[in-house]
Design a protein around this ligand. Structure first.
Ligand SMILES: Nc1ncnc2c1ncn2[C@@H]1O[C@H](COP(=O)(O)OP(=O)(O)OP(=O)(O)O)[C@@H](O)[C@H]1O
Ligand SMILES: [Mg+2]
Length: 386
């Protein structure tokens, strides 16, 4: 492992604070300072960085800061969720494909490695990358070379890799799910972000900052009492900074009063701990899940319909024919969606398939567009056998 250790150079507190402000990294604990010092050292280089830490600790925040402080800042930063993209599609997403290389490859497409030339690729959830793709990643890391799917022509690209995982890659290597050579290559520099419960001193700063940005948006003045803050600091934050942010957001939106003491904090921590899926989160209180679901499906069906109309328009233009125009509500003209015959389940399945297709199998983007969690999307994909 390369020897870029925190504090090896003398970074002044002023420089560090300015860096943190510029890149939105909040925290003054020794742990965060060490992380920031390492980032400041490695950012200007092209060295591969592995960022590890529990879910919600800020791995993506750190990856973006490294890119933002590098000579690549003006070029693209492309996040790829290696765990959420199905095996077959991941390679074509990363390396591109040639027309006809597989069913559905109707045209030649550039992959992220070509698109990010001069920039950074963020390989998120690297621990979930299929073994076959790991070999190809190792090759790019070692030689900068890759091949589009369906092509034997090696291509080169100038891309910096930052990878992240909340899994123990040591454990993954031991159980033969992760290649050791790739692991060694990735962890040239390993930035470990400690869980929030090990740096509780950062809690007040994070709370202040979230209050400032989120309460500002909601035009609400919230006062956290000393015992309220103490309760927030005592909590173990299994979901780390993301959970803290969610709790503060819920308090701002749902709490009637402006004073937040330990009882108010306890109420919201309890609310977050209850088993639920995302539709029963506080944000959705007041709406029956079925109703919310139905609204969501209809909103998105409307979008599909608009897409179909647009596509028809384009096809019409291509054939020098006036485009078909569909009156709103009329959908019986051979499109994939016939509202009269579909069940709610069928519509949902159709919608999910559509979004997966639209985002080339990228489940994270599809889940975002559908406004459901990736976990729920996985479950539904399995349920529907998609
Ligand atoms: N040090 C920090 N300063 C400011 N915001 C932070 C910090 N750490 C995390 N956050 C915020 O917490 C949330 C989660 O951060 P992020 O997405 O980077 O976590 P992650 O480690 O990538 O999580 P996951 O493993 O679930 O993908 C985001 O809203 C991010 O802005
Ligand atoms: Mg992340």
């Amino acid at each position: 492992m390369s020897d870029v250790t925190a504090g090896a150079t003398n970074i002044s507190p002023g420089d560090r604070q300015a860096f943190q402000r510029r890149h939105g990294i909040i925290g003054r604990s020794t742990e965060i300072r060490e992380v920031v010092d390492t980032i400041m050292q490695v950012a200007p280089t092209d060295i591969t960085v592995l960022v590890t830490g529990e879910s919600g600790t800020g791995k993506e925040v750190i990856a973006k800061a490294i890119h933002g402080a590098s000579r690549r800042a003006a070029r693209r930063f492309i996040p790829v969720n290696c765990g959420a993209i199905p095996e077959g599609i991941l390679e074509s997403e990363l390396f591109g494909h040639e027309k006809g290389s597989f069913t559905g490859a109707v045209e030649t497409r550039k992959g992220y490695f070509e698109l990010a030339d001069g920039g950074t690729i963020f390989l998120d959830e690297i621990g979930d990358t299929p073994i076959s793709t790991q070999v190809k990643l190792l090759r790019v890391l070692e030689s900068g070379e890759f091949m589009r799917v369906g092509s034997s022509e090696p291509r080169k690209s100038d891309v910096r890799i930052i990878a992240a995982t909340n899994k123990s890659l040591d454990e993954e290597v031991r159980s033969k799910r992760f290649r050791q050579d790739l692991y060694f290559r990735l962890r040239s520099v390993n930035i470990r972000i400690p869980p929030l419960r090990n740096r509780r001193g950062d809690v007040p700063l994070l709370v202040e900052s979230f209050l400032l940005s989120l309460a500002g948006e909601a035009r609400k003045d919230i006062l956290i009492t000393d015992d309220g803050m103490a309760a927030l600091m005592r909590h173990s934050w299994p979901g780390n900074v993301r959970e803290l942010r969610n709790v503060i957001e819920s308090i701002i939106i749902l709490e009637r009063g402006n004073v937040v003491d330990e009882h108010v904090v306890a109420k919201y921590l309890h609310l977050m701990e209850e088993p639920h899926d995302e539709r029963s989160l506080p944000m959705h209180l007041g709406k029956a899940p079925e109703q919310a679901e139905r609204e969501l499906i209809f909103r998105l069906l409307w979008e599909i319909k608009t897409d179909i109309q647009e596509l028809r328009g384009m096809v019409g233009e291509l054939q020098h024919r006036p485009p078909l125009s569909l009156p709103p509500g009329d959908n019986d003209h051979g499109g994939t969606v016939n509202m009269d015959e579909m069940t709610l389940r069928g519509m949902e399945e159709e919608l999910i398939a559509h979004m997966l297709h639209r985002f080339h199998g990228n489940r994270r983007l599809a889940a975002e567009a559908l406004n459901i969690s990736e976990r729920t999307l996985y479950r539904k994909i399995k349920d529907y056998g998609l």
